[in-house]
Write a protein that binds this ligand. Structure first.
Ligand SMILES: N[C@@H](CCC[C@H](N)C(=O)O)C(=O)O
Length: 279
């Protein structure tokens, strides 16, 4: 009988089920991801992080070497996404805690390429280049808001609002509408208020999940988009999200994300339940 271990953790309350899969034997179907993430029928999470050796991932990006650990990230709806900034911090904490890496600074393979991490009280991730790709509109509650499109390995649309009351009153229980010609693969939509030159408040509707308490790539996109609006390409900001606070730095060719990564539970999945999850 194969025993399937799990951990439950979060980064600023963006929560994940982490599945160690050193032998790359798990059959992680979209249906299994959906049920695992279901907050009543499963463990409940925004997404799943499968921990797998990069050499077992045939479609990994060409710059991810064979000897790295690979973050196989899935959204709660079962879809695959390129990158997850909060997830990679939780993933990094797991690798250190489990003794799977010997250093506190190391690299992790993701579908967006290699990400370097430094694990301390907080976990800092080198998020690569955050690229402004254009502008577009998001429509929420019948009103359209202009946004800056930012690519952080995955797609984002950053919409700046005038004040915190507007941000608080947004109804994100239904997905904001966006232009599918601009975002053919869907988009994560961030709504942001600039509270001080180096302080943002943000809410997010994530592709493949819904509104979450935090989105790491989204915070990097938000800082990049706000800087872009000021005609700047470098800067740093603290971002307040409903689940806590992260720190972001942006340079023309690189960005970083720092924040907490916490585990709350670990255990074993029920074998019969897992086997019984159909398509
Ligand atoms: N929560 C994540 C982003 C997860 C992927 C996203 N929903 C997508 O589909 O691109 C983060 O912390 O970055």
């Amino acid at each position: 009988m194969v025993r399937i271990q799990f951990l439950k953790g979060h980064g600023t309350e963006n929560d994940f089920v982490l599945l160690p899969d050193p032998g790359a034997t798990l059959d992680l179907t979209a249906a299994r991801v959906r049920v695992l993430c279901d907050r009543r029928a499963g463990l409940g999470a925004d997404g799943v992080l499968r921990v797998v050796p990069a050499k077992a991932v045939e479609d990994r990006p060409s710059d991810v070497p064979e000897d790295q650990w690979f973050m196989d990230y899935r959204n709660g709806d079962g879809s695959i996404a390129e990158m997850c900034g909060n997830g990679v911090r939780v993933f990094a904490r797991y690798l250190v805690d489990a003794g799977l890496v010997g250093e506190r600074e190391f690299a992790i393979g993701t579908r967006a390429g290699v990400r370097t991490v430094t694990v301390g009280d907080q976990v800092t991730v080198g998020m690569g280049r955050a690229r402004v790709t254009g502008s577009s509109l998001a429509t929420v509650g019948g009103a359209s808001v202009a946004g800056v499109a930012v690519h952080v390995g995955n797609p984002h649309l950053v919409c700046v609002l005038e004040d915190a009351d507007k941000l608080a009153s947004l109804d994100l229980t239904t997905p904001p509408a966006y232009d599918p010609d601009v975002f053919p693969d869907g988009v994560n939509v961030e709504f942001v208020v600039v509270e001080a030159p180096d302080r943002l408040r943000m809410r997010v509707h994530e592709r493949g999940v819904g509104e979450t308490r935090s989105c790491g790539t989204g915070t990097v996109a938000a800082v990049t988009g706000v800087l872009y609006g000021r005609g700047e390409h470098s800067g740093a900001a603290t971002v307040d999200i409903p689940g806590g606070q992260v720190r972001v730095t942006v340079e023309p060719e690189a960005s970083t994300l720092s924040g907490p990564a916490v585990f709350v539970a670990r255990g074993e999945l029920d074998q019969a339940w897992w086997e019984g999850i159909g398509e």
